[in-house]
Design a protein around this ligand. Structure first.
Ligand code: BGC
Length: 946
């Protein structure tokens, strides 16, 4: 029954990896211990019947089929969509050694393997993620079915997966038969009510499928026969509208009926022409709203027809009298055009439409997850403030809106105002929203119960103030609904410390509130812009909490589109702030985010697409430098660093901005080199390798004294210099000492701003100051991560002291209570405390590292992450002087696991002592860890603490 591998076979592993896998194949459970003492690898077999499922031979199942990271997507305009699938099995050490994919236009022939349009045959490969379609040209609007089977490490084939599908969008400009339409009436130029468009049509034949392609210059909400098309909101989202405009694709077959039908849509000003940016500008992309819609009908008899926007449509206005993202929506229900989206409605007083002509922007199929309604919240309390305001607290700072149920008289007017916090006395506080009114107004038509809900705005709030509500405010009549991009929730971190768990909650809600189609800085004031710096510092953390692959791929497309001609990058993307740009740490979003996505998802296409932009940015810095020193231009610097109010002795942590710039110049160049290596651009790798050497030399010459002190003695200066390897090896440990001393001199407080904070605990850990990193994490007085938590925060704040200890506020002109940047500590919690990480040689968690770090008095911590391969997790706890570590590695993944080790022979797995081998008894471990190489499976380790 036992699966013994030959011990000497395992020793072959000294020279390379393949024999390790050989061991792995021969036994179902193999450890390779990396001896740093003897520098040789030794395999251990766990001689346990419990663990070895020899003979059980569980069949591998193939599940979770994705195309372009989406389940059954419709509206793909990529000619080589990529397939991903997961292997699921109870069996340990499962690897894929080959796969076969087949694709057909017909579901039943797919199952029979006939009439295939593409079949790969058996391909020897361990790739189960991002496998590109390489068959013949895919056609517009066609639906393709596919399935896959794999062979495992014993060359056993799986059964075919259940079929899945994807559907193509409109691939050629000529596939669009629709014309843009615009309202034909003269618009009220003050309120600018939402235009409504409608078109009745007849259907006489049986429909096989009806696919709608819709976009707008503005925001749209489409209706067919009185029903809303799809459940996406604020479509088509926000892109660099002048360059690329997404359209959504919906299967509307079920909405159509035989005989009379009506299709229509309502538009909102949105980002297109509403107020945007903080200088009161509007009409940034254009003055007029317009709609483009096409429904392609496929009849059962094989014939086709399209219902398209054209000059036969009609336009009018309805109950939405005005809507603005910052200011809110105004609905007068008395002006509702009842039944306008149903057949039989009399539209004789509606206006014809005009045809404004095509959009200069390229139409692209939307490929990121649309904004959808997510969590809902009932009032936690309904109360009156000291000023007598009628308030409702939803208990969570969220982004979305409130749905109100009400019964009243015609003309009753309700106003709902939104706020994130109450002031010191408990009154409604909106000064920090600046010019954003964040107010929804409803005028009742009266009679029956009415339900109000905005369409084309969103608010960041925890509290609402209700004015004009007829009757008592009953909790059941108010529901707050969160809206954000419908990304999969992929990760969580948890620990024995309730405050840290609240911090994790706040980080996740910071992400939910600011991932509305674009990564924004804040969701509540007159800003809500795609600040590049904020996005880059948070991007890696974001990739743990949610599936942000497509979200960032889409945004990076806008980065590329809005990059300035000289390679500099605007401060915000989509760019609505003019041609300013090039700030260090902000513009580096173009290098850092693609690289983070490569690590988190193994998405090579993001690197391929962004490479030009990455290079242009590095070249810009090079051109702006003199003697390899980049010390010109405007920079935000270490934004919002610690600076005490009455700074008599210079406690403020001011870091020289050009020192920071030189560090990020090096960091981006390093990333460019790494990307060049991945993409096989060896000439670039060599060229930029030489440049990087010079950048670092210039840094030392300008910013480091011969003794190793940096000209700015701040935490951020040392963190960046160490984190980006700016210092020669010999100078690093003394720099780390200086950093540690600095932290201690502030009584274990951080002083870093946006740019230093993300790397602070990483650097401390790397240089042996794990204890200090934990002290910073657990610090709960200002400035620290837990200070806002203790002050009742439910999201991450923009400033370390958004609310001061005496309950007064930071300056209202810049004081958001929902800013994700400082949430970048999440990355350290996942990667260091729980210890789950990917190796760059197996990005996207194909080759994982599990290396938990204990400390800070935590008795338990753990994280899980849904990777493209399946669930990866690591959780440790300390109980009765024993450390327990549970690890799960998905199939087709290999792991290098560092088990906290008390020393010789005290590690067990699922109750089986790993002491049978001499090697363990001689204590082959390093830095308190026993390093083992594992295949997939669930493992339960136990060790004894020292
Ligand atoms: C934003 C930031 C942004 C910063 C740049 C602020 O107004 O909210 O998060 O990065 O400006 O200085």
């Amino acid at each position: 029954m036992l699966a013994f591998a030959n011990f000497s076979d395992c020793l072959d592993g000294i020279v390379g990896e393949p024999p390790y896998f050989r061991c792995l194949f021969q036994a179902n459970f193999v450890f390779t211990v990396n001896s740093f003492v003897a520098m040789k690898k030794i395999c251990f077999l766990l001689m346990s019947l419990q663990l070895i499922h020899v003979g059980v031979k569980a069949q591998i199942k193939i599940e979770n089929l994705l195309v372009e990271h989406l389940q059954g997507p419709i509206g793909i305009d990529i000619q080589e969509p990529r397939f991903s699938w997961q292997l699921t099995t109870e069996k340990r050490n499962t690897l894929q050694t080959a796969y076969e994919i087949r694709v057909s236009l017909n579901l039943s022939s797919l199952k029979h393997g006939s009439n295939l349009i593409w079949s790969t045959g058996k391909i020897n490969s361990d790739s189960s993620v991002h496998v590109p379609y390489r068959g013949g040209a895919l056609e517009s609007g066609k639906k393709y079915f596919w399935q896959v089977r794999v062979w495992d490490e014993t060359n056993r084939p799986s059964v075919w997966s259940e079929p899945s599908f994807w559907q193509m969008g409109l691939l050629q400009a000529s596939d669009w038969k629709a014309s843009w339409i615009q309202a034909g009436y003269t618009e009220d130029s003050v309120l600018r009510p939402s235009p409504v468009f409608r078109k009745p049509f007849m259907l006489h034949k049986k429909i096989r499928s009806a696919i709608a392609y819709i976009t707008a210059r503005g925001l749209y909400e489409a209706m067919i026969n009185g029903q809303r098309v799809g459940d996406a909101y604020l479509t088509p989202g926000w892109t660099s509208y002048k360059n690329r405009l997404p359209y959504e694709t919906f299967d509307v077959t079920a909405l159509l009926r035989d005989g009379a039908n009506v299709v229509g849509a309502t538009l909102g000003s949105g980002w297109y022409r509403g107020y945007i940016g903080f200088s009161g500008q509007k009409n940034f992309y254009g003055k007029n709203l317009s709609l483009l819609m096409q429904i392609d009908l496929n009849y059962e008899d094989g014939s086709v027809e399209s219902i398209v926007t054209d000059n036969t449509w009609k336009s009018s206005t309805g109950e939405i009298k005005g809507s603005e993202i910052y200011n809110g929506e105004f609905i007068d229900a008395r002006d509702e055009k009842k039944g306008w989206a149903l057949p039989g409605y009399n539209d004789s007083d509606w206006y014809p439409v005009t045809l404004p002509g095509p959009s200069p922007a390229k139409l692209i199929a939307a490929y990121n997850e649309p904004i959808k309604k997510q969590e809902t919240f009932k009032p936690l309390r309904v109360f009156s403030s000291p000023k007598g305001e009628k308030l409702i607290d939803f208990g969570q700072n969220l982004v979305g809106w409130v749905i109100v149920k009400v019964k009243g008289k015609p003309g009753d007017r309700i106003t709902i105002s939104h706020a994130e916090v109450l002031d010191k006395s408990g009154n409604f506080y909106t000064d920090n929203l600046r010019a954003a009114k964040a107010q929804d107004t409803y005028i009742l038509k009266g009679g029956e119960e009415e339900i109000f809900e905005p369409h084309f705005t969103f608010h960041g709030f925890q509290f609402i103030k209700v004015e004009g509500y007829p009757g008592e405010l009953k909790p059941e009549n108010f529901t707050a609904v969160a809206l954000y991009s419908d990304m999969k929730k992929t990760g969580n971190f948890t620990s024995s410390n309730a405050l840290i768990n609240q911090l994790q909650h706040n980080i996740q809600w910071g992400q939910r509130g600011n991932f509305l189609d674009v990564p924004t800085d804040c969701p509540q004031r007159d800003e809500r812009l795609g600040w590049t710096g904020d996005a880059q510092v948070f991007s890696r953390t974001a990739s743990f909490n949610m599936g942000v692959n497509n979200f960032f791929a889409k945004w990076l497309g806008d980065v590329e589109a809005d990059q300035l001609g000289n390679g500099s990058l605007p401060f915000v993307i989509p760019n609505v702030l003019g041609s300013f740009g090039g700030s260090t740490g902000w513009a580096d979003a173009t290098t850092i985010i693609p690289w983070n996505m490569w690590l988190a998802y193994g998405d090579r296409r993001i690197l391929e697409h962004q490479y030009k932009s990455m290079k242009a940015w590095v070249d810009y810095m090079q051109k702006s430098s003199k003697d390899d020193l980049w010390n010109t231009g405007f920079h935000f610097g270490d934004w919002l660093f610690y600076s005490p109010a009455d700074d008599n002795d210079g406690r403020a942590a001011v870091t020289n901005k050009y020192l920071i710039a030189q560090c990020f110049y090096a960091h981006s160049t390093q990333i460019l080199i790494d990307a060049a290596n991945v993409l096989g651009k060896s000439d670039d790798a060599t060229y930029y390798g030489l440049l990087l050497k010079k950048i670092k030399e210039a840094f030392l010459k300008e910013y480091m004294t011969p003794n190793g002190a940096l000209v700015s003695g701040t935490q951020t200066a040392y963190v960046l210099a160490l984190g980006f390897d700016m210092l020669p090896e010999a100078f690093r440990s003394q720099a780390a000492v200086r950093l540690a001393e600095n932290v201690k001199s502030y009584n274990n407080h951080l002083t870093t701003g946006f740019l230093g904070t993300p790397y602070l605990c990483q650097v401390l850990t790397r240089f042996g100051y794990l204890d200090l990193a934990f002290k910073l994490l657990l610090q709960d007085t200002y400035p620290s991560w837990l200070y806002p938590v203790k002050m009742g925060a439910t999201t991450i704040w923009e400033r370390w002291d958004g609310i001061k200890p005496d309950s007064t506020f930071e300056t209202p002109s810049m004081n958001s209570y929902n800013h994700y940047s400082y949430g970048a500590i999440g990355d350290w919690m996942y990667r260091v405390v729980a210890g789950i990480d990917t190796y760059a040689d197996g990005p996207g968690y194909k080759h994982v590292q599990i290396m938990p770090h204990m400390g800070g008095g935590l008795t338990m911590a753990g994280a899980e992450l849904q990777t493209y391969y399946g669930k990866l997790s690591s959780a440790w706890k300390i109980e009765n002087n024993k450390v327990f570590l549970d690890v799960e590695i998905p199939a087709n993944v290999t792991g290098t696991v560092f088990i906290p080790d008390a020393g010789a022979g005290l590690v067990s797995e699922s109750g089986n002592q790993l002491t049978t081998n001499q090697a363990i008894q001689s204590g082959i471990s390093k830095d308190g860890y026993l390093e083992v190489k594992l295949g997939s499976g669930v493992y339960h380790f136990a060790t004894v603490t020292k």
